[in-house]
Design a protein around this ligand. Sequence first.
Ligand SMILES: Cc1cc2nc3c(=O)[nH]c(=O)nc-3n(C[C@H](O)[C@H](O)[C@H](O)COP(=O)(O)OP(=O)(O)OC[C@H]3O[C@@H](n4cnc5c(N)ncnc54)[C@H](O)[C@@H]3O)c2cc1C
Length: 262
Amino acid sequence: MEISCYHRPRSLEEAYDLVVGQGAYPLAGGAWTLISRKNLSSAADLSDLGLRYIKIEGEYIALGAMATARDLETSSLLAEAFGPLFSQALRGIAGIQIRTIVTAGGSVAGRYGFSELLVVLLALDASIVFYKDRTQCLASYLNAAPGAPFLIEKIIIPRNAKATYQCMRQTANDFPILSICAARTSAGWRISVGARPQAAALCPQAGSFLNSLENPGEDGSKRAGLIAAQELSFGDDLRASAEYRRSICPVLVARAIRELCL
Ligand SMILES: Cc1cc2nc3c(=O)[nH]c(=O)nc-3n(C[C@H](O)[C@H](O)[C@H](O)COP(=O)(O)OP(=O)(O)OC[C@H]3O[C@@H](n4cnc5c(N)ncnc54)[C@H](O)[C@@H]3O)c2cc1C
């Protein structure tokens, strides 16, 4: 890959001007960029903006856009708030070397279908804070068509949710065939499914069904899994067919719900 004009902004304002004002390509870890892009006429490296953090901000946990997958996987703050959720979901991404490069901001910005992080953040009802004046819930960001250039500053997650993660892969560190996150938030149940192979999506009908039950139990968990599989679309790719994905979806959803109710 060749970058004709490489910038290393020292402030968010400077980065914003380069990315949003002048159309420079925002460069985070470069993990996907390096293998998917050939040439960039102008790139703004986001490494010096102080965005590599995980911290409490009032009712939220804030993930700076440059926090890496490895930071999230090993964060004691996230473990305290959500148990092993982030560690279980993110340790499947490639190897540790890759996980120390890929960032929260890059994973969200890219809307990758295979992204484990998106599945978890969607179930936890996270929002994206764009520098410098806009916050958008992740669900609406994923549903909207890509638009004008933007700069992600951080992702904020309400602290009061509990969630569990399940996925199916061919081998330990391959891309997932299907990944699931089931969460109980202050607004009720949220089930998200990723690697369909399209980007993560919510299952509102399964969520409403679960909200109508006092305790899902074995039957309720299975029923919610079936509802989730019915309300989503699935596709074929190298790893699995749509039919296979639809058939394992209820099993993984039910497992995630049962685990959460233990
Ligand atoms: C071999 C390999 C295997 C992988 N396997 C998996 C996997 O199984 N599951 C998984 O979830 N991930 C996987 N990944 C990682 C995944 O591809 C990265 O999470 C993703 O590419 C983001 O990488 P990055 O943070 O380096 O972003 P970059 O590659 O630097 O950027 C990705 C995109 O996001 C934009 N961007 C980055 N930061 C910002 C920001 N702050 N504001 C606005 N736009 C921004 C960039 O312009 C670019 O369009 C894998 C990566 C590799 C190389």
